[in-house]
Ligand binder design. Structure first.
Ligand code: ADP
Length: 649
């Protein structure tokens, strides 16, 4: 045997495990059974393409509880591991969830025992209950086995071993029973049976149990004086007759007969998530294609939700109760990539490949059904439990909105799920239906303002006229928002989305609009020469300088023409390597603002006064800053302001 040091993170995790006060230590068994079940799945999958090598009809998980040695052994005849696999999987931490877990446990596990509950720690959980762990594994197709042993302190030993067939055996030398620390007697028949039933009932392979114990002494017979030999007569081995688990595919059982806890455990089993899911969706598809699905929405977004290649996602595909593949992405669109669960199709071939799935009409029909079902369930959640829905939206809202970019999706269905902050309330979010409900009768659009920072948007000059008229404006702050509102006309129940920073504003009744327009035209005439002079002062930066009816308290703002891309979206597209033609904004002025009227007066006295040019630059700078934008020449701007201050102070 040769010894190897654990990777630093692994050692840290092991220390946490060994000294953990986490009381729910029995979960180690769920972890090991779940790993064994995964290994059996992988073997069965391998057998589809390589039957000679991998097929076996007695796939099972065997537990041996040895009460004499106080060991518990978990054995599977699954895919097995090579020596390199052992080093890679059991000496280092590959799972980013676990690394995340470590970051959060800086203060030691006892300050936050819940964290074990939140992040799976898999195999290493064994060290919560065992002083020593031995793994003997033989990979399918290899004739040699390897042994890995460790006390969990600093290093592990690695060497060659014998094993009759492919698979993995994990032997735990159990810690002494300690009720206070949650270390039960994990080689007790009743305890093992209960733990398996509780966490692993639905595992698709039989979990068998053998008990090794001292044979019981013969019972003392009353009335006899003969000395009875009470020395044990040696170990006996007894196999519990029935498998400990029912193995019933949970999705085939009537929902009313399955307890919520079982559904949750199943979710944890397939996802390795330690938290309860936030929503469960079960559905069956009948008709030409038959299938059943049991889907879940996690309560927390995985940290790699936006790293598509890295994300563990999609659902498991089964065909007639036989596991076919993990992460079957074809069954759900990208914007539902966080949905996990199982789909069991009746009419697919058992050796269906990923490539075939993309073309398969049945898969497409199932996918359509699932999208509708998930969207309906979310809609229902938003009605039944607004708080829970809000939590869901906070985690997954931006991903749901990606669906609006998918040409094949029904946009209405997705917009129905949307929540956004708005000017109507500082703290809560609104749905579009609620927004519509509150709209004045003559309002014909849904107004929004988009940008990355909510606080900046809330104070935007663009909102002034809307606030004055009591018209609600939505705040769209996710990066994806700029894209879906920018990609072309989109409407919700025939109400088009309209940006408050694009084009002209026309609010109120037809009469109001007409009157506002006339007013503005008249003022434009009065200001025409000034506007011309201002335009030539900042010609390089703006397309036009005009008067505005959208401003009430601010002096200036920048607007875009209808159809123009927002600056953020432009920047995004440029970053993505697209050629975007240069586009200049329009500077709008508030004709009733003291600065603008004073500027008008000065222009009348002296149209070539240098102050006019300088003030124009300041007004432009203010408008850029109010949007949360950046000035091209911040130092020049500060100089202009200082000069002005020096003159007035
Ligand atoms: P997880 O199972 O969540 O990936 P673990 O720490 O429990 O994390 O296991 C790490 C890896 O070790 C597994 O992903 C798998 O590749 C391998 N492994 C663990 N147990 C077994 C087993 N019984 N048979 C084959 N491989 C296993």
């Amino acid at each position: 045997m040769e010894t190897h040091a654990f990777q630093a993170e692994t050692q840290k995790l092991l220390d946490l495990m060994i000294h953990s006060l986490y009381s729910n230590k029995e979960v180690f068994l769920r972890e090991l059974i779940s790993n064994a079940s995964d290994a059996l799945d992988r073997r069965r999958f391998e057998a589809v393409s390589n039957p000679e090598l991998a097929s076996a009809d007695d796939l099972a998980i065997e537990l041996i509880a040895n009460r004499i040695d106080r060991t518990l052994t978990i054995s599977d005849n699954g895919i097995g591991m090579t020596k390199e696999d052992l080093v890679e999987h059991l000496g280092t931490i590959a799972r980013s969830g676990t690394l995340e877990f470590l970051k959060k446990t800086d203060g030691g596990i006892d300050e936050a025992p819940d964290l074990i509950g939140q992040f799976g720690v898999g195999f290493y959980a064994s060290f919560m209950v065992a002083d020593e762990v031995e793994v003997v594994s033989r990979r399918i197709g290899e004739d040699k086995a390897s042994r890995w042993t460790s006390h969990g302190a600093g290093e592990y030993a690695l060497g060659d071993a014998e094993r009759d067939e492919a698979g993995t055996t994990i032997k735990l030398t159990l810690k002494p029973v300690d009720g206070d620390a949650g270390v039960s007697d994990f080689c007790d028949e009743w305890i093992v049976k209960n733990v398996v039933k509780k966490y692993s009932d639905f595992v698709g392979y039989p979990v068998k149990l053998t008990i090794i114990e001292e044979a019981a002494a013969p019972p003392a017979v009353e009335g006899e004086d003969e000395v009875i030999d009470v020395t044990p007569s040696g170990p006996t081995e007894r196999e519990v007759e029935e498998p400990l688990n029912s193995m019933k595919a949970i999705w085939t059982r009537p929902e009313s007969e399955v307890e919520d806890l079982e559904f949750d455990e199943f979710y944890k089993h397939i996802t390795h998530d330690f938290q309860e899911p936030s929503l469960r969706v079960s559905t069956s598809i009948e008709g030409t294609f038959e299938a059943r699905a049991l889907l879940y929405i996690p309560s927390k977004a995985p940290f790699d939700l936006y790293h598509r290649e890295r994300l563990q996602n999609g659902v498991q595909l089964y065909v007639r109760r036989v596991f076919i593949m993990d992460e079957c992405r074809e069954l759900l669109p990208e914007w539902l990539r966080f949905v996990r669960g199982v789909v069991d199709a009746e009419d697919l071939s058992l050796n269906v490949s990923r490539e075939m799935l993309q073309q398969d009409r049945q898969i497409q029909a199932i996918r359509k059904h699932l999208v509708k079902k998930v969207a309906d369930s979310l809609k229902k959640l938003s009605k039944d439990d607004a708080d829970a829905y809000r939590l869901f939206w906070a985690e997954f809202g931006p991903v749901i909105k990606e669906g609006l970019l998918d040409f094949e999706e029904k946009k209405g269905r997705i917009l129905d799920l949307l929540l956004a902050p708005s000017t109507s309330d500082d703290t809560s979010l609104t749905s579009l239906a609620e927004y519509k409900e509150r709209m004045p009768e003559d309002q014909d659009s849904i107004y929004y303002i988009a940008g990355p920072k909510l606080e900046v948007l809330r104070r935007s000059p663009h909102l002034e006229a809307f606030k004055e008229k009591g018209i609600e404006v939505l705040f769209l702050t996710d990066a994806v928002d700029e894209v879906w509102v920018g990609q072309g006309p989109i409407d919700f129940k025939e109400l088009p989305f309209k940006s408050v920073g694009h084009g002209e504003v026309e609010l109120g009744s037809d009469e109001d609009k007409e009157k506002a327009k006339e007013d503005l035209e008249k003022k434009e005439e009065d200001f025409a020469n000034l506007l011309g002079a201002m335009k030539s002062a900042i010609e390089d930066d703006v397309k036009e300088v005009r008067l505005s009816s959208r401003l009430k308290s601010s002096a200036s703002c920048l607007v875009l023409e209808d159809g123009d891309l927002s600056p953020q979206l432009e920047a995004m597209l440029r970053q993505a390597g697209q050629e975007i033609p240069e586009r200049k904004p329009i500077l709008e002025l508030n004709p009733d603002h003291a600065v603008v009227t004073a500027l008008g007066k000065r222009f009348e006295t002296n149209p070539t006064d240098a102050r006019i040019k300088e003030s124009t630059k300041i007004l432009l700078g203010q408008a850029i800053l109010a949007e949360g934008g950046q000035l091209d020449d911040p130092v020049g701007f500060a100089e202009l302001v200082n000069q002005l201050m020096a003159e007035t102070l």
